[in-house]
Design a protein around this ligand. Structure first.
Ligand code: ZN
Length: 78
């Protein structure tokens, strides 16, 4: 599970970007930390780069397919 130390540097959000589920290898929609909904593994990925493919970590058959969900949305200054 992702950790942080200084909660005053993070903000809670209801942005719909957190609700989308993405396939392995799909373009990363927003820079940030993504979590596999099946096994809980977490990765950092930059916008436009492919999300990690099927072999990011071996799943047990009962875990099902790798699916990435945005966990922490990086806010880049304009
Ligand atoms: Zn996984």
């Amino acid at each position: 599970m992702a950790m942080y130390k200084y909660g005053n540097l993070l903000v809670h959000s209801q942005d719909a970007a957190f609700d989308s589920i993405h396939n392995p290898g799909a373009p990363t929609p927003h820079s940030g930390i993504y979590r596999c909904t099946a096994c809980g593994d977490e990765v950092a990925s930059n916008a436009g780069n492919p999300l990690p493919p099927q072999n990011h970590r071996q799943h047990q058959p009962a875990q099902g397919a790798i699916r990435w969900q945005l966990l922490v949305y990086a806010q880049q200054q304009q």
